[in-house]
Structures are given as structure tokens and as C-alpha cells.
Design a protein around this ligand. Sequence first.
Ligand code: SIN
Length: 301
Amino acid sequence: MLETVVSGIRFSNPLLLASGIMDETADSMIRISKSGAGGIVTKSIGMEEREGYENPVVYELPNGLGLLNAMGLPNPGIENYKNEIKNALKGGVPVIGSIFGKDAGEFLYLSKRMEDYGVHAIELNLSCPHAKGYGMEIGVDENLVEEIVNEVKKSVNIPVWAKLTPNTHKIVDIAKAAEKADALVLINTVRGMAIDVDARVPVLKNVYGGLSGPCIKPIGVRAVYEVYRETQKEIVGVGGILNGRDALEYIMAGAKAVQIGTAIYYRGVGVFHEIASEMREWMKKNKVSKIKELVGIAQVR
Ligand code: SIN
């Protein structure tokens, strides 16, 4: 009923772990695999070990609106990540290796290492909203996006996913620049900040962060809808999915799978099983036997 195929990879359900939460160590990734996720995306891994920013790195918005975070791409570095991947693969679900680099050369090197480690696909982080020289700084430039995607595609034999930023007015142009990617991942967090009024300073040490959670869902759904409409590419939707109806919204906009991140903070690791059963329940009630029947169904012709 929920099985889906993205870039030739079969997932038992369309609910994948989003990059950046509980995905730095094999143990936590296996825990998520055993909690009902259809697939796992690793923490974004770079050329060298990075500590990330100083605290505070996360701020919870009031009224369940979401989270603001600026971790600073902390990671152990690609050379130290081999065993985590090897062990994470024992979780029995596809593992997608997320990487970030400062240019095509770094992306290419990281992709090849990830491929050697055995991941099922690569996710190019072209969208972190606050790390100097990385992510969105590259991902808003169509020429750089095209160069990186094309170079990586030429060098690896596994599918390449490009995770794009919502922090632009030209997401369709950027998606078109990434046309050689096997799938697009939409969206990464929305650049934002918060100020502690009593202390009279920004809340996050890095000042700027990325907003996730329910408040960004309409931005994500719009991005998926718009890009699917203009490109017909395979899309993985992400941003603010908290329940089965949220996931269905993304699928009806055009996504073949979705990623779950902040919902783990709100609902715990059982959220994958819970969202899957909420989706099944809706499908039974509405006499839909396969999730693929719903992909893009809300597109107004
Ligand atoms: C972080 O590590 O600060 C977030 C990474 C991202 O948004 O891509």
C-alpha cells in the first residue's frame, strides 16, 4: 500500500529520516530503521571533522510552530564515517549519504567515498541556510548547482539527489539547473532568527538559523507543487510533516516520498509507525490502494 520507488530505490514506505536528526551514528540510524522509517538520510558529512557552532544551537518556537537551529554542520569527516555507514546499513532500510562541500571537487570526492562505503544514493546538501561557503551560498547559483550535479552524476553509479533551498525566488530555475539529478529534495530549512527581548541579543550563537516544523509546511508544499509542475522530476518532500495528512499533502503536490525530522522532536521515534498508520487509515477510508495513485493528484491542470 505505502511502497514507493524513488530513483530506482524501493522503499517499503515513503517516510524517510531527514538529514540532521538522529543520523550521525549508526546506532541512532538503526534505531530509526527499526522504528518504521522507510529509509534513512545521514547527517551531512564534509571533507573534515567539524565541531559546529557554540551553544545555543537550537531554539524551540512557542505554540508548536517549530524549531530554529544552527548546528554549524558538525560531523566526523568523511574518512571517519566509513564504519557508521557500514553499520547503519545493517538496519535493513536504504541509506542515503548526505554530503556538503564548498565546490564541485569536494562534492565529487565525498560522493565517491560515500559510494565506496555502500550507500544507496547520495543527497547533495546545496541548501544549509547559514554555513559560510556551503549549502545555500552555493545552492542559489544555478551555474554552480548545475556544475556540481553534473560532475557528481558523471562520477558515481548510484542515484544522486539534490536537496534545494527555499530561500530563493527562483526555485524552479534552480531545480532545472539540477535536472541531471535523479531526484530533488524540497525543502531544506528556511533562514530565520529570533531575538531574546530580555537579554536584547539574538537567541542563537550563530545569529541566523534554519526554521523547521509546522510553520514551514506551506512553503515546502508550494515548492514541491511548483517544481513538480514545471519539471515532472521525482521529488522527495520535506518540511513540517507532523502527521499522516501532512505527508499526504506533500504527496498530492507531487512528492513520491517525504522526509521526517522535527516531528521526532514533537512525537518521538514512534512517529514513523504512527504517520504510516494515519496514512493507511486515510487511504482505506478513501479507497486508495497504492500511494503512487496520489502523487501529484492535486495539481490543477
Ligand atoms: C546544521 O548543521 O546547522 C544544519 C545543516 C543544514 O541545514 O543543512
